[in-house]
Ligand binder design. Structure first.
Ligand code: 3HC
Length: 335
């Protein structure tokens, strides 16, 4: 990657005050993208770039916090104290990821309150995957292994996203996701080496989560309206299908170690294209989930709304404390 500290064109000099300033800003932006360097919050950026980033980063933030729900349901039912502690740490990590991402999105000019309002009003998207139920303890393994595995595959390239705050947030997120994937793998491995019933429970969970995990990468490239432009702007580095294919390749190796199978007899490596292929996915189901008609959409939003209401006193207390601190500081400056 080219040096990241290119001379920046400050937003206040270029933010649409005149055609010359816009042209100057655009030229600077184009140069940064061409050099594979980074756009920072105060740099001039095209309105469409800001909008697409805000869309992706806020959806990503929402996914992290809604994603806490299927696993949080299992903390009290985890089979040992150690498992509870690990799962609790994982769920807390997801909350942290949401916070980094909301912060990154705020640098694009959107308030966190507005993003949260859109989420609880059902106007914002979050990942399809979190609208599926977690039925057994083995689902904690399948979520960690497949869902966090898919997240890593999708998000490692995002560490090089052209927007600085997003790329930097992704570095930390990916380190933690890597721990999440291993803990899921380890749950499945233990079940797979357990009683025949436990092994079957692990296999059933993999069967349930495999296709939804593949659909996490988004619609096929031909139906992905945003990919082309996002790739031209170095936000996304690979297409949805490319990442899905890489993910299948990763899973093929790991499922053997687990002693389980992928519920897809069409998985194969195509020697001509040098890509992994998989069987057909139910894109109608995917669209239903996106339209709010998945198995758990209503429940997830309801829970999010309740958590938001329950947390009102915390926000009020924090705001009151901040106001007090600010008044104290003003007094000190005035003295
Ligand atoms: N779930 C919900 N919506 C999805 C989706 C999915 N799995 N895949 C695509 N979509 C939506 C897009 O948001 C877009 O909707 P919009 O235009 O109304 O905003 C539409 O479907 C068309 O899809 P595109 O392929 O054109 O959209 P993108 O170029 O944005 O690609 C993406 C979709 C690959 C998900 C991309 O946005 C991305 O890489 N996002 C960052 C990663 C992310 O958000 N992951 C979510 C999971 S988070 C997670 O896994 C947490 C972990 O702890 C497990």
């Amino acid at each position: 990657m080219a040096a990241q500290n290119l001379q920046s064109v400050p937003a206040e000099r270029t933010a649409g005050t005149s055609e010359t300033a816009d042209a100057e800003g655009q030229a600077h932006f184009d140069r940064i993208i061409a050099e594979d360097s980074r756009i920072e919050p105060r740099d001039w950026m095209p309105a469409a770039y800001r909008k697409t980033l805000l869309r992706q980063v806020s959806q990503h933030a929402h996914s992290e916090i809604i994603g806490m729900q299927p696993e949080a349901n299992w903390i009290s039912r985890a089979p040992s104290l150690k498992r509870k502690a690990i799962l609790m740490a994982k769920v807390q990590d997801e909350a942290g990821h949401g916070l980094y991402l909301y912060s990154a999105a705020e640098t694009l000019g959107q308030s966190r309150d507005k993003m949260m309002d859109d989420l609880i009003a059902g106007k914002a998207r979050y990942s399809s995957i979190f609208n599926y139920p977690a039925r057994t303890w083995a689902d904690m393994g399948a979520i960690g292994w497949l869902v966090d595995g898919a997240a890593i595959c999708n998000q490692v390239p995002l560490c090089r996203a052209s927007y600085g705050p997003y790329g930097r947030a992704m570095v930390r997120v990916c380190k933690e996701e890597s721990f999440h994937q291993r803990q899921g793998f380890e749950i499945l491995l233990e079940l797979s080496n357990g009683t025949p019933e436990q092994k079957q429970m692990a296999q059933d969970a993999v069967n349930r989560w495999y296709a939804p995990a593949l659909m996490m990468f988004g619609p096929p490239d031909d139906d992905s309206p945003n990919s082309k432009q996002s790739m031209a702007w170095n936000i996304k580095r690979f297409s949805n299908d490319e990442l899905r294919s890489r993910f299948v390749g990763m899973m093929v190796e790991q499922v053997r170690v687990l002693g389980l199978t992928l519920p897809d007899d069409q998985v194969r490596f195509n020697e001509d294209t040098r890509k992994w292929e998989h069987g057909p996915l139910d894109w109608h189901e995917f669209q239903e989930v996106l339209a709010g008609r998945g198995p758990c959409n209503a429940q997830r939003l309801e829970r999010r709304r309740a958590a938001h209401d329950d947390g009102a006193w915390v926000r009020e207390a924090a705001a009151a404390y901040a106001a007090k601190q600010s008044a104290k500081q003003q007094k000190e400056y005035a003295a």
